[in-house]
Each structure stands twice: as C-alpha cells, then as structure tokens.
Design a binder for this molecule. Structure first.
Ligand code: GDP
Length: 417
C-alpha cells in the first residue's frame, strides 16, 4: 500500500521484540476482542521533569528494559535546549495477542530556567498525530490505517508534598482536551503514607479548581457489582502514588521482589499496600486499555477534528450556534459528512475515469491493429486478383481461336494443348 506519513517531531523509532510478561492479554473486561486478536496499536506518552523515574516506570510497567539505564548514557553529551519528542516502539506478544506498543518520551520538559512553553511541542506532537490519522481517514484506501495517536499521557508530579506547580497546571490545562491525562505522584517511596494521602487531596482540589479533566475509570449501566467495585477502587487511588524499580531485592521474610531496599525496609513495587503501581498497571494495561483507545477516538480526536474542520471553513455559518443549537450542530455534522463523502466520491470518480481512459486507449490500439491487418489482407487479395486477371488476359490473347462448341454447348478441348 501507500506509505504512512510519520507524525512529525518524532526523532527516533526503534522496534524491539519483547518477551516479558505484561498482562494485556488477560482482558476479560476489554470490549473488542476481535481487534485484540488482530493485534492493536497503543501509544503512551510520559511527561515530567527529568529524574522523576519515567524510564524506570515504563520498564517496570512493561517488564522490560525498553529504556537503557540512564547511567549508561554519555554524561558529557550535550543536553537538549528544547523539549524533545522521542519514541520507542516494541512489539509484544502474549497468549497470541499482539500489541504494538509505542512509548513517547519528552526529555527536557520542565528542565529549563524558563519552562513557560514546555507544553507547546507536546501539544504540537499530539496534534500532528491527529493530523496524520485524519489524512489517512480521508484516503480512498482506508484499510491500512496506522493509529499513531497518543492514547494515554502519564504526567509525573514531583513528590513535594505541597500542591501542584504552575508548570503542572499549565501543562494539564493545555493538554486535557487532547489526551487522556493520568497524573501520577513520582517516587512515592520518598513520602510517608500520611503525606501521600494529603498530597493527593491537594492535587485533586487543584485539578478541580482549574477544571482539568483527567481520565477516570468508566462505569457503565448494568455492570456487575464486582466491575463497579473495581472501577471505584481504581478511581479512589487517583492520582496514583508510584514506585518504580527494575531490580529484585530480598524482603526480610526471604521473598524476592521487584522493589527498592532501604535501611528501614523494602518497598515492593507490586504490593498494593506499598504503592499504587498495581492500580496504575491495571488502569493502563489490563482493564482500561480499550477504553483509553475508545475515548481517544470517540471524544478527544472527534472534538479536535470537528474544531479543525470548522476552523478550515467547513460549515462556517453554523459554527456560532453549535453550542446552543443542537439542530445547527447536527446540520454541521451532516455538512461535514457530506463534504467527506463528496471528496471520496470525487477520488473514486477520478480513479474510474483513469481506468476507462486506459481501457479506451487499449481498445483503440487493437482497433488500429485490426484495421492495419484488414488493409494488408485487402491489398494482398487485390494483388492476387490483378495477377489472375493478368494471367487470364494472357491466356485469352495467346489463344485467339474461338473454341468450337459441342452439342451441349461446352467448349471442347479448351484446355488441351
Ligand atoms: P527519568 O529521567 O524521569 O526517566 O528518570 P529515571 O527513570 O532515569 O530515574 C532517575 C533516577 O531515579 C534513577 O536513579 C532511578 O533509579 C531513580 N528512581 C526511579 N524510580 C524511582 C522511585 O520510584 N523511587 C525512587 N526513590 N527512586 C526512583
């Protein structure tokens, strides 16, 4: 097929094959089993100041060394002057389910003296991914759409224990209509349980105050009690307090666990008593991956697309009324739908016409060939006829005697010599 345009701003994409167990194939609650079997694309973005444990968490989540340890990087390498966007891809297969995972990192975010515009390249990147999707949707051949859109954005909050910083609020305010925001408290092992509880409260009230919408575990009607309870449980832990580690340590009672060892004990990553890592993984990978994808497609992308088409001048007249007038909104959607159909139809017509022209040219060519052959044969026949006439005349002039006729009127001895 046709090449898929990469979303702009991606500086590197590495594809790896991973073997570690992740858990996304355990999907009793995920809705579209069909798309799950076919394999699907999921893109997660991580944002936060450097050193907050983003790479460590991604490695912990996907049980792999997707990111090399920072210590192995060249310390003398020059630091970027702006926020960079880097993606790493991995193909993970589990119980026959294929996941094309892409992690988008944003090194440099919040690391400068002036971070006022740190959110900008990130918004641009997310929108360019929407653009690429829209472009593919508008093609005649829509079978091979690659979904590069960011389905979840983990935002790392520094474990200060105070409240959100201006940088945090600005970022979330700019991004919450474009991406599923999942705020997490980084390095939660540096705070006590009480500190975490009150920090969470403060973060939530800041988020509410600024009318920021973060992703929530959805609940549906007619859901069984267990599912509702699980959604409630997950929701009550937001923003997740996270501890990441790729190292195994031995607990005082002799178990080998992923965790961080301290003089006063061991913090276990996979222990719900110790941190919310398990809840985060449940939300991101095990239970709500499909919902994150759906919300991205049905709400975030759809709103962006409508806004974009309106700003491009499609259905300009009705745009003013769309908030207050549902009929105008419907009308606008209809107009846009028709514009899209018309575009597809025009493209199909073009292809059709091209095909017809090719056929016509071919027919014309074979007609010409036929005609040429016909002419050739006619000429050959004519020549033969002339030859025969010639022969006839010669014979007739060579035998000038009128042959006698016998009783039956047939010429006698005409051909005898
Ligand atoms: P990034 O710059 O955000 O990608 O951060 P890294 O993942 O490279 O981590 C920076 C440092 O913090 C490393 O030394 C990690 O071992 C450490 N670190 C990562 N996660 C945690 C955590 O949850 N708790 C603590 N205490 N340290 C962590």
């Amino acid at each position: 097929g046709q090449p898929i345009p990469p979303a702009t701003g991606i500086s590197s994409v590495i594809r790896k094959k991973l073997m570690g167990y992740v858990g996304f194939a355990n999907l009793p609650n995920q809705v579209h089993r069909k798309s799950v079997r076919k394999g699907f694309q999921f893109t997660a973005m991580v944002v936060g100041e450097s050193g907050l444990g983003k790479s460590t968490l991604i490695n912990t989540l996907f049980n792999t060394t997707l990111y090399p340890p920072k210590e192995s990087l060249d310390p003398s390498a020059e630091r970027p002057k702006t926020v960079a966007i880097e993606s790493i891809g991995a193909d993970i297969e589990e119980n026959g389910v294929r996941l094309h995972l892409t992690v988008v990192d944003t090194p440099g975010f919040g690391d400068f003296v002036n971070n006022d515009d740190s959110w900008k390249p990130i918004v641009e990147n997310i929108e360019s991914r929407f653009d690429s999707y829209l472009e593919q949707e508008n093609r005649v051949n829509r079978l091979k759409i690659v979904d590069n859109r960011v389905h979840a954005c983990l935002y790392f909050i520094q474990p200060t224990g105070h409240s959100l910083k201006q940088l945090d609020i600005e970022f979330m305010r700019r991004l919450h209509t474009k991406v599923n925001l999942i705020p997490v408290i980084a390095k939660a092992d540096t705070m006590t349980d009480e500190e975490i509880a009150s920090f969470k409260q403060r973060i939530l009230s800041d988020i509410e105050h600024h009318q920021i919408h973060i992703f929530e575990a959805p609940t549906y009607e007619n859901e069984d009690e267990e599912t509702i309870a699980e959604a409630e449980e997950i929701r009550s832990q937001i923003p997740f307090a996270i501890v990441g580690s790729n190292n195994f340590v031995v607990t005082p009672d002799g178990r080998k666990v992923r965790g961080r060892a301290y003089p006063w004990g061991v913090v276990e990553v996979d222990n719900e008593e110790h941190c919310d890592f398990v809840k985060l993984r449940q939300m991101l990978v095990r239970t709500y991956m499909e919902e994150l994808r759906e919300h991205t497609n049905d709400v975030l992308y759809e709103n962006w697309r409508t806004e974009k088409l309106v700003s491009m001048g499609v259905a300009q007249d009705s745009s003013v009324f769309k908030e207050i007038n549902p009929a105008a909104r419907l009308q606008e959607e209809r107009v846009m739908h028709e514009a899209k159909l018309a575009k597809m139809e025009a493209e199909m017509k073009m292809v059709f016409q091209q095909k017809v022209q090719e056929k016509e040219a071919k027919l014309k060519q074979s007609e010409e060939e036929l005609y040429a052959r016909h002419k050739e044969m006619k000429e050959a026949l004519e020549k033969q006829r002339l030859d025969l006439e010639d022969k006839k005349r010669k014979i007739e002039t060579g035998r000038p005697i009128t042959p006698e006729k016998n009783a039956t009127g047939r010429r006698k001895g005409f051909l005898r010599t």
